[in-house]
Design a protein around this ligand. Structure first.
Ligand code: C2E
Ligand code: MG
Ligand code: MG
Ligand code: MG
Length: 281
């Protein structure tokens, strides 16, 4: 009986595995041609200052429009891009496109904003990040201070000396750095103080429940205090309601990002918001 059950479980397991593997291989093949087929797009989500209510910057978020699959979420395809190495050419497309866009906004005389680009840990470790960023800034003509790179805490678990040195070099060029999804990964606070980053981004999982769950409120308040004590700015992501915004404002959070102010929008729509001087009401 147990043997039979074992075999069935095994067969079920391999079948499930191969379906999952097939799905990944299939997505990887489709993803390989996505950039050249013009299926990739960046959308931009405003970051808003709680000090003056104005737009201080935006985060570029990747969208993949596949003719049959429709819109594929980055949560599905970024891991595949990382495993297959496709993250390098795709990440290059993202950085170049975001920098070109920010330069175009500058040239159009719009209020100054900083554009943030996500750089995953695999991506950070797979190439000479400093040379890549320097070259892209030069080729697109974007001043370094207008670019922010969003890194994640999992970098702290890697070759710490090398990561710290790379972060120092990026700061020396003049780009801004933030730690994304803060609180969800390994936070060695001892290493954190050695990272010359500008901003901590409180993960949306804490923000979502901070008004109803004591633990989440405690974490949000602790991250705000930690950031300020280490001389970092702090931004909350996933801010969906006015109550969220008010709570964060009265507790000294510097900026917010989330559906409450705006969902991620096309470059044109973001430009319209900037022009209109959209403010937190
Ligand atoms: P992230 O960098 O933490 O981005 C924030 C995510 O939260 C985005 O999801 C955004 O659309 C979503 N979001 C914003 N406001 C709200 C809100 O009020 N409520 C809720 N529930 N969600 C909100 P998205 O665009 O699906 O991206 C998911 C993740 O994929 C990103 O998380 C980032 O880790 C990764 N990603 C996206 N674009 C890129 C990219 O160009 N390169 C790399 N390496 N990763 C990317
Ligand atoms: Mg991010
Ligand atoms: Mg995040
Ligand atoms: Mg996230």
């Amino acid at each position: 009986r147990a043997k039979e059950l074992g075999r069935n479980t095994y067969q079920f397991f391999t079948r499930a595995m191969s379906l999952e593997t097939q799905r990944r291989v299939d997505l990887e093949i489709k993803l390989r041609g996505a950039a050249t087929a013009g299926q990739l797009q960046l959308v931009y989500q405003p970051k808003v200052s709680l000090e003056n209510g104005g737009i201080s910057g935006c985060e570029a978020l990747l969208r993949w429009h596949h003719p049959e699959l429709g819109i594929v979420s980055p949560e599905h395809f970024i891991p595949i891009a990382e495993d297959s190495g496709l993250i390098v050419p795709i990440g290059d497309w993202v950085l170049r496109t975001a920098c070109m866009q920010a330069r175009a906004w500058m040239d159009a005389g719009l209020p100054p904003v900083c554009v943030a680009v996500n750089v995953s840990t695999r991506q950070f470790l797979q190439q000479d990040v400093v040379a890549w960023v320097t070259r892209t800034l030069r080729e697109t003509g974007l001043p370094a201070a207008r670019l922010e790179l969003e890194l994640t805490e999992s970098l702290i678990a890697r070759d710490i000396e090398k990561v710290t040195a790379t972060i120092d070099q990026l700061k020396d060029i003049g780009v801004k750095l933030s730690i994304d999804d803060f609180g969800t990964g390994y936070s060695s606070l001892n290493y954190l103080k050695r990272f010359r980053v500008d901003t901590l981004k409180i993960d949306q999982s804490f923000v979502r429940n901070m008004l109803t769950e004591m633990e989440d409120e405690t974490i949000v308040l602790a991250v705000i205090a930690l950031a300020h004590n280490l001389k970092f700015k702090v931004i909350a992501e996933g801010v969906e309601t006015e109550q969220h915004s008010r709570f964060l404002c009265s507790n000294g959070c510097d900026e917010i990002q989330g559906h409450y102010f705006s969902e991620p929008v096309t470059a044109e729509a973001f430009e319209t918001m900037l022009r209109a001087g959209k403010h937190l009401s």
